[in-house]
Design a protein around this ligand. Structure first.
Ligand SMILES: [Zn+2]
Length: 449
């Protein structure tokens, strides 16, 4: 949580410094977590969509599957790639429903089936994987084991959250957060329609309203407000990703009034991606001010600039090298968001530079990432070689540089490449701690019936 500017800041700074010296050289308490945590991956897409290959299967290492970075409709979430992954110790698995689902029963059954699929997989491979259903368990597994940790989430709550009991049911399954909206308008509110053909066609109702002047009706609905309240009361965080502009604004208003911190796990940065899925500076300011945080998608395809503001357009043009659709897109947007947070928001909050904040306060300004593997998208193209932008081969040769981000097994290379280019990744590692603190906050504020 944010501590007000002049309320005992120096006291806390001295206290934490002292504590830090006592416990750990970097000022990080012993039970704290600094891991690469993937805020959402979809390993169970084959359950709602039969044509995806099964997730979490092991392939024969002698005969690995041939994969490309263009893998929108093809399973890439092999268990081989997830275990002992240097680029992600914690994976949040997001269940997904068919967008046009109409039956509450079927929605619950399909979601439960996906949660159980992940649980069964972890139970069958207890030496490598574990499912954590509480923030305390995540901390324990991080510090006491070498296992890869799964956390459950739900993406798209259509027909799923119809009462306080429903919310408690999912909390009992260990669901940490629910992304209320997905690709279509629902009983909860309106979905953000990205430019391009596919999104508009899937969300037919929303597109129709947008085109024919009913845009004002695309806000958060009464049921959406109820769902947020039920989820928060059950101890589940609310992800405002995928909302239309108006729904997002309504949600931020409602959550502010109700004192519920919001998270946004994979929206974009409007100054660079100027469309419905871009968070404005004001949205981001409000999210952090209300105690929440944001995470950015990882895919260079998703992060491509769209009508960027003039200063960003200029920055892009002045870059020595920028390979469209590659890891460079994450590098660019991440650094822009980081600079906005640390140089503008932090300064206006504390009147002192980010670098002078104690580590515990830096956690409040964390930025997470979301790989979204098998979430209806492809991933970053390579920068080098035939399908890249540049000739030659980088040294040391990275698979990521010549093939792109073809599967989750290359997440480690993604961070390695950025680190070699002097990108500060600490905000990303702090996001794991921020997530756990926030989840704990929700658990601590659960309401009984
Ligand atoms: Zn999504």
């Amino acid at each position: 949580m944010l501590i007000p500017v002049n309320l005992g800041r120096s006291f806390w700074a001295v206290f934490l410094l002292w504590l830090g010296v006592l416990l750990r050289p970097e000022g990080i308490a012993a039970q704290e977590v600094r891991e690469f945590m993937d805020l959402q991956i979809h390993t169970t897409m084959h359950i709602p969509y039969w044509f995806f290959g099964d997730g979490l299967e092991y392939f024969d290492p002698e005969d690995p599957p041939k994969l490309k970075n263009k893998h929108r409709f093809k399973n890439v979430n092999y268990a081989n790639f997830l275990e002992d992954n240097p680029g992600a110790r914690i994976f949040v698995n997001g269940t997904i429903l068919p967008e046009l689902i109409a039956s509450k029963k079927r929605a619950r059954r399909l979601t439960l089936e996906q949660i159980r699929y992940v649980n069964d997989f972890a139970d069958a491979h207890p030496d490598k994987f574990v499912v954590a259903r509480t923030p305390e368990k995540v901390r324990r597994y991080v510090h006491e084991t070498d296992k890869t940790i799964f956390i459950h989430s739900i993406e798209g709550a259509k027909r799923l959250i119809n009462s306080a009991e429903d919310a408690r049911f999912w909390a009992d399954q260990g669901v940490a957060f629910v992304t209320l909206l997905h690709l279509v308008d629902t009983e909860h509110g309106a979905s953000g329609i990205k430019p391009g053909f596919l999104g508009g066609v899937i969300n037919f109702k929303g597109t129709f309203k947008k085109l024919f002047g009913a845009a004002k009706k695309r806000g958060l609905k009464e049921k959406g407000k109820q769902a947020i309240r039920w989820l928060a009361d059950a101890g589940i965080m609310i992800d405002i990703t995928h909302m239309s502009e108006l729904t997002r604004r309504d949600a931020l208003d409602f959550m502010e009034a109700e004192n519920i911190p919001p998270i946004a796990t994979h929206d974009l940065f409007r100054p660079i991606q100027q469309h419905a899925r871009g968070l404005s500076r004001e949205d981001i300011r409000r999210i952090y001010q209300q105690g929440g945080f944001i995470a950015l998608p990882l895919s260079g395809e998703v992060l491509e600039p769209y009508r960027p503001e003039a200063p960003y357009q200029q920055m892009l043009e002045q870059l020595d090298r920028h390979c469209t659709g590659s890891i460079d897109e994450f590098k660019f947007t991440y650094q822009a968001v980081k600079s906005f947070l640390e140089n503008e928001l932090v300064l206006s909050n504390y009147q002192e530079p980010f670098s002078d904040l104690p580590e515990a306060q830096k956690v409040d300004w964390a930025i997470g990432f979301q790989s979204d593997f098998n979430g209806w998208l492809s991933h970053s193209r390579p920068r080098y070689g035939e399908r890249g932008c540049y000739e030659g081969r980088p040294y040391p040769l990275q698979q990521l540089e010549v093939q792109g981000l073809v599967h989750p097994g290359l997440l480690g290379e993604h961070w390695e490449v950025l680190r070699a280019e002097e990108v500060d990744l600490e905000p990303i590692r702090r996001a794991s701690e921020k997530f756990l603190q926030l989840w704990q906050h929700f658990m601590d504020h659960r309401q009984q019936n």
